[in-house]
Design a protein around this ligand. Structure first.
Ligand code: KIV
Ligand code: ZN
Length: 519
C-alpha cells in the first residue's frame, strides 16, 4: 500500500513567537520563513495578522516573498480578523486562513462568556466568511482535548460543512496523554460523518512533556497534518518540537508507514537559526539537535560507533544536516570551506558579504588554532551588529598597558563624523575603566557604566570573549555589545557601541565634542 504523506505545519513564527521573552523583527521572521521553505515544510503560519501592525506586515511580506509552502495567517472567529488575515495574505502563491475558537465549556463559559450554540454559530459563520476569500481554510477548536466529545463532533461536522478543508485538534493546554489522544482521534473519525472531506490535523502543547508523543500517536491514529515549532518553542512549555516529530517519522518509517516532504538535511541549519534569532538556547541533551545528540562519551559506546556507527546511533547525523567535525576551519581554510560551514549553520551569504566575512574570519583564524561553529556564530553576530547599528564613531585602534605594579593606561583611536580621526588616552582603575575613559575623551560623550558582562563563546584560552555593557545617561539605559579574542578590545567595542546608540537616540551629534583635537 502506498504511504500517506503527513503535512508539516510550522508555527514557529506565530505560536513560537508567543514564547515568553521572544520578539522577532520583520526581517528576522522573513529569514526564518525562507529557511523553513528550504526545509520544505508544507505550511508556514507566518503570524496573526490582526494582532498588531507588526504581525500584519510580517505576514504580508512573507506571503509576497516566500514561495513553495502554503502561507497561513491565524484569525480569531471575528469578521475583522478574518478580513485582516485575507488582506495580509494577498501576495501568497497558496494562502490559508486559519480560524480558531474555544470549544471547551471551561473556556466558552469563563473566557468567552457565551454558550455552545453561540460558539457553533460564530465558528460556522467565520469559516464561511473565510471560504468566500480563500479555498484553503483551517479551523481549530481551541482546547479541543478538554471539550465534550459529542459537542466537538458536531462542531467539526458543521465547520467542514461550511468549507473548512483542515480541522485541527488543539491540545491547547497540554492536557492529553498518548492513549487518550489516540482514542479521541479515532472517535472523531468514527463520529464526524464528513471527516473524509477535510484533513485531520493536531496541535500539541508540552505542559506535561507529551507534545511529541501525542503528535506521533495522533499520526498513527490517522492525523495527516501535524503542527509544531522548531526547537519546540512556543507558549508556556512550548509546542511539539517539529524536528523530533520529523525524525521520528523518518527513523521509524517501518512502523509508522508515512512520509513527509521535508529535506531533513536542513533541520540543523533551521534549528541554529531559530535559536540565534529568538535567543532561546538549545539544551545540550535535546533530541536531534542538541550539542550532545551525537556525542558518545562512554568508552564502550565510542568503541562500538568507531566499528560500526549504527551500534549506538539510530539516526545518521548527516541526515539532519549536522556539520560534524570532518572539516576543521583554521587559517588555511578557503572561502568554499567557510561558505559550506556557514550554510550548515543557516547563513546564506551573497558573494560580496562572503568576501567581507572571509576577511574577518581570516583575522580570527590568525588568533585561534581552530574556528568552531560557536566562533562563527559570534563572528556573524558581530558582523550584523556592525552592519545595522548606528555608528557615529568607529573604533580604529585600542592599545593598553597595566599590571599589578602599573597604572592601567589606554589609548584609542576612533573615526568620527566627516571621516575625522580622533586619538586620546586615559588612565583608569584597570584596563576596562581606562579604555572607557579614553573613549569618552575621544568622543566627548560622558556616561555611567552601569553593568559589564563578559562571557567566553567556547572553552579554551584562545576563545572569543563577548562583552555586553549597559550604559546610563539621563535616566536612559543603552546596551552595547562587542566580541573579540581580546576582552579589552571586546570591551572597547561594546562601550563604543553603547555610546553610538546613545548619540543616535538622544540626537547628541552636536553634544559630542571630543576633548582631543583631530589627528
Ligand atoms: O494552542 C492553541 O490552541 C493554538 C490555536 C490557535 C491553534 O495555538
Ligand atoms: Zn498553540
Amino acid at each position: 500500500m502506498a504511504e500517506d504523506v503527513v503535512r508539516i505545519f510550522d508555527t514557529t513564527l506565530r505560536d513560537g513567537e508567543q514564547s515568553a521573552g521572544i520578539g522577532m523583527t520583520g526581517e528576522e521572521k522573513l529569514a526564518i520563513a525562507q529557511q523553513l521553505a528550504r526545509l520544505r515544510v508544507d505550511v508556514i503560519e507566518a503570524g496573526f495578522a490582526a494582532s498588531s501592525p507588526g504581525d500584519f506586515e510580517a505576514v504580508k511580506t512573507i506571503a509576497r516573498e516566500v514561495k513553495g509552502p502554503i502561507i497561513a495567517s491565524l484569525a480569531r472567529a471575528h469578521p475583522d480578523d478574518v478580513d485582516k488575515a485575507w488582506e495580509a495574505l494577498q501576495g501568497a502563491e497558496s494562502p490559508r486562513i486559519h480560524v480558531f475558537l474555544s470549544s471547551s465549556d471551561i473556556q466558552i463559559l469563563h473566557q468567552l462568556r457565551k454558550n455552545r450554540e453561540e460558539v457553533m454559530e460564530m465558528a460556522v459563520e467565520m469559516v464561511a466568511r473565510a471560504k468566500k476569500y480563500c479555498d484553503d481554510v483551517e479551523f481549530s477548536p481551541m482546547d479541543a482535548t478538554r471539550t465534550t466529545p459529542e459537542y466537538l463532533y458536531h462542531l467539526l461536522e458543521a465547520v467542514i460543512g461550511a468549507g473548512a478543508t483542515t480541522v485541527n485538534i488543539a491540545d491547547t493546554v497540554g492536557y492529553a496523554i498518548p492513549s487518550h489522544f489516540t482514542n479521541l482521534l479515532k472517535d472523531i473519525q468514527a463520529n464526524v460523518p464528513n471527516m473524509h472531506k477535510a484533513v485531520l490535523s493536531v496541535h500539541c502543547h508540552n505542559d506535561l512533556g507529551f507534545a511529541v508523543s501525542n503528535s506521533v500517536a495522533a499520526i498513527q491514529a490517522g492525523a495527516r497534518q501535524v503542527e509544531g515549532c522548531i526547537n519546540g518553542i512556543g507558549e508556556r512549555a512550548g509546542n511539539a518540537a517539529l524536528e523530533e516529530i520529523i525524525m521520528a517519522l523518518h527513523t521509524r518509517r517501518d512502523i509508522l508507514n508515512v512520509a513527509t516532504n521535508i529535506d531533513t538535511t536542513q533541520i540543523y541549519p533551521t534549528s541554529r537559526m531559530v535559536s540565534r534569532i529568538t535567543g532561546m538556547p538549545i539544551q545540550p541533551n535535546k533530541s536531534v539537535i542538541g550539542e550532545n545528540a551525537f556525542r558518545h562519551a562512554s568508552g564502550i559506546h565510542q568503541d562500538g560507533v568507531l566499528k560500526e556507527r549504527t551500534t549506538f546511533e539510530v539516526m545518521d547525523p548527516v541526515t539532519v544536516g549536522w556539520p560534524g567535525n570532518s572539516l576543521v576551519l583554521g587559517k588555511l581554510s578557503g572561502r568554499a570551506g567557510l561558505r559550506s560551514r556557514l550554510e550548515a549553520l543557516g547563513y546564506h551569504l551573497s558573494r560580496e558579504d562572503l568576501d567581507r566575512v572571509f576577511e574577518a574570519f581570516k583575522l580570527l583564524a590568525d588568533r585561534k588554532s581552530e574556528v568552531t561553529d560557536r566562533d562563527l556564530e559570534s563572528l556573524m553576530a558581530e558582523e550584523k551588529r556592525v552592519a545595522i547599528e548606528p555608528a557615529t564613531y568607529l573604533l580604529d585602534q585600542v592599545q593598553f598597558s597595566g599590571g599589578d605594579h602599573d597604572i592601567a593606561t589606554a589609548t584609542v583611536r576612533v573615526t568620527g563624523p566627516g571621516e575625522q580621526a580622533y586619538s586620546d588616552a586615559a588612565t583608569g582603575n584597570g584596563p576596562v575603566d581606562a579604555v572607557c575613559r579614553a573613549i569618552e575623551r575621544a568622543t566627548g560623550v560622558q556616561a555611567r557604566l552601569a553593568d559589564f558582562n563578559v562571557r567566553s563563546v567556547t572553552e579554551g584560552k584562545d576563545s572569543i570573549g563577548e562583552v555586553v555593557v549597559r550604559v546610563q545617561q539621563n535616566g536612559e539605559m543603552y546596551v552595547g555589545r562587542g566580541a573579540s579574542t581580546d576582552i579589552i578590545v571586546a570591551s572597547a567595542k561594546a562601550y563604543l557601541s553603547a555610546v553610538n546608540r546613545m548619540i543616535a537616540q538622544e540626537g547628541l551629534g552636536a553634544a559630542t565634542a571630543p576633548l582631543t583635537t583631530p589627528d
